[in-house]
Design a protein around this ligand. Structure first.
Ligand SMILES: Cc1cc2nc3c(=O)[nH]c(=O)nc-3n(C[C@H](O)[C@H](O)[C@H](O)COP(=O)(O)OP(=O)(O)OC[C@H]3O[C@@H](n4cnc5c(N)ncnc54)[C@H](O)[C@@H]3O)c2cc1C
Length: 441
């Protein structure tokens, strides 16, 4: 628990009037170590707690779909905090100005740990100027990123070896603190709240059947455990036996610790559980390790290994049977009906299963003028359409298609030694016509 919480700034004067939890990456009230820590400090100091969220309409790469999902989740947070008698304040505009302004009279600010550059840089700027105590809390991984490893790990194997040695220590139920402080009668902070203006009045079903929020995330998890987990090894584009929890994990609507505990409790340990936990813990937290330690995770020159750049360069001038522009790809207009179907699933529903994501990205590599252009197109489409886009797993998933965390394979055209995928594999494994019927245009 202590390793999740770090005091990153101390103010000796300590004359603030309230506690702030600046919620950004962990948009939930359950299994949220930052919220629990903020409540604990607030009770101890007998100073009121405000949970603040800062809405930024020009957040990098965010689209209407992302905002709709997120605002539903925040409405859910507001409601669940109200039941704990804790006030939620939604601010709108520039992070720095808002957080600095609202923390002026705070004695302590608690915030979520970030992994992506943009988020880390914002917090660094605020930290330089903020005047109260600041605690940074890591709630969105099972094992804190720096506890697993202090460097970028080479592969899932090197990461897994370190992770498995320590993970059990972190699989513990969270003790919820009961909030016990009254708010002042004349509450100036509460007047800054813009939630009425931005939060939805009701929860309409969004593209792809998604509804944002922690209550929905929990419902989906229960449904997955009851009906799908036992078929997890057979999951594929034709059967939907996966969890579809990635949008909820991305917005912090659900904690990986809570998922992990429920999976372990759900039945006797099976291969399906093991396989699901490999994805949720090892693959997801390896992705966090990658973006945390590799500051060029989003630049073509920084995403993969020397051997992969070399082999792709060697095959740069290989003949490409098809070259598609980003516009053609985005319009689902290629010769390949499987690819068109997954692109159309992405555009229409904001989701695609893991196997199709690999196929989707490998084909962009095959059909682009250069690997670099392929990377740029893939990351752009990924982050524009997926609810779970702009995540550490977005950068790592796309980088994997260019050799990251993978090994060299048999050499072939265009790909060189980077792993190749073709549609025969899809047809062998899945009922592809079912998929095409559902999503093909
Ligand atoms: C080209 C490409 C792009 C990708 N883009 C994204 C993205 O934008 N956002 C994103 O969250 N994931 C991305 N992934 C990883 C993975 O495909 C998705 O996390 C997964 O398909 C989400 O569906 P699910 O929740 O139903 O997964 P499930 O199979 O139910 O798995 C449960 C959870 O485990 C995690 N997980 C599963 N597979 C992976 C993986 N390969 N890497 C990291 N975590 C994993 C996710 O958090 C997921 O929600 C990408 C993978 C590839 C190959």
């Amino acid at each position: 628990m202590e390793e999740r919480i770090k005091k990153i700034k101390s103010n000796e004067i300590g004359n603030g009037k309230y506690i702030l939890y600046w919620m950004q990456e962990s948009q939930r009230t359950r299994y949220n170590f930052a919220l629990e820590e903020a409540i604990r400090i607030s009770n101890q100091k007998q100073q009121p707690l405000y949970v603040v969220f800062n809405l930024m309409s020009n957040y990098p790469q965010a689209q209407k779909r992302h905002f709709e999902f997120m605002l539903q989740g925040l409405k859910n947070v507001e409601y669940n905090l109200e039941r704990k008698k804790i006030r939620f304040i939604l601010l709108e505009g520039n992070f720095k100005e808002n957080i600095l302004k609202i923390s002026k009279e705070a004695s302590v600010v608690v915030w979520d740990k970030s992994y992506l550059k943009f988020q880390i840089e914002n917090k660094k700027i605020i930290l330089n100027e903020i005047e109260c105590d600041v605690y940074e809390v890591e709630s969105n991984v099972l094992v804190p990123v720096e506890v697993v490893s202090m460097k970028e790990e080479y592969s899932a194997k090197t990461f897994r070896d370190k992770y498995n040695r320590i993970k059990d220590k972190y699989i513990v139920r969270i003790e919820e603190e009961k909030y016990s402080v009254e708010y002042p009668l004349k509450d100036k902070l509460n007047e800054m709240n813009r939630s009425d203006r931005y939060l939805p009045k009701n929860f309409e079903v969004l593209d792809g059947g998604f509804i944002g929020g922690e209550d929905e995330a929990l419902k989906r998890l229960e449904n997955f455990l009851e009906l799908k987990l036992k078929f997890y090894l057979e999951k594929g584009p034709d059967n939907e036996k996966y969890s579809k929890l990635s949008p909820y994990l991305h917005f912090g609507n659900i904690s990986p610790l809570q998922i992990c505990m429920k999976v372990i409790e759900s039945s006797k340990f099976t291969e399906c559980q093991e396989s699901f936990l490999e994805e949720l813990l090892i693959r997801r937290e390896l992705a966090i390790n990658f973006v945390y330690y590799n500051k060029n995770y989003d630049k073509w020159d920084g995403i993969t290994y020397g051997w992969a750049y070399e082999t792709l360069k060697k095959h740069l001038l290989d003949k490409r049977d098809y070259i598609y522009s980003q516009e053609k790809l985005e319009a689902c207009d290629t010769h390949d009906k499987y690819w068109n179907s997954c692109q159309s699933q992405m555009v229409e529903t904001g989701y695609m299963d893991g196997y199709m994501r690999m196929y989707w990205c490998k084909k962009i590599l095959e059909w682009s003028e250069t690997p670099q252009r392929a990377y740029e197109i893939a990351i752009d489409l990924n982050n524009k359409y997926f609810y779970d886009g702009r995540d550490p797993s977005s950068y790592t998933g796309v980088a994997w298609c260019f050799g990251k965390h993978d090994r060299a394979w048999k050499e072939r055209a265009i790909f060189g030694k980077v792993r190749y995928m073709n549609s025969n594999g899809l047809e062998r494994k899945f009922e592809m016509e079912t998929y095409v019927k559902k999503y093909g245009r």
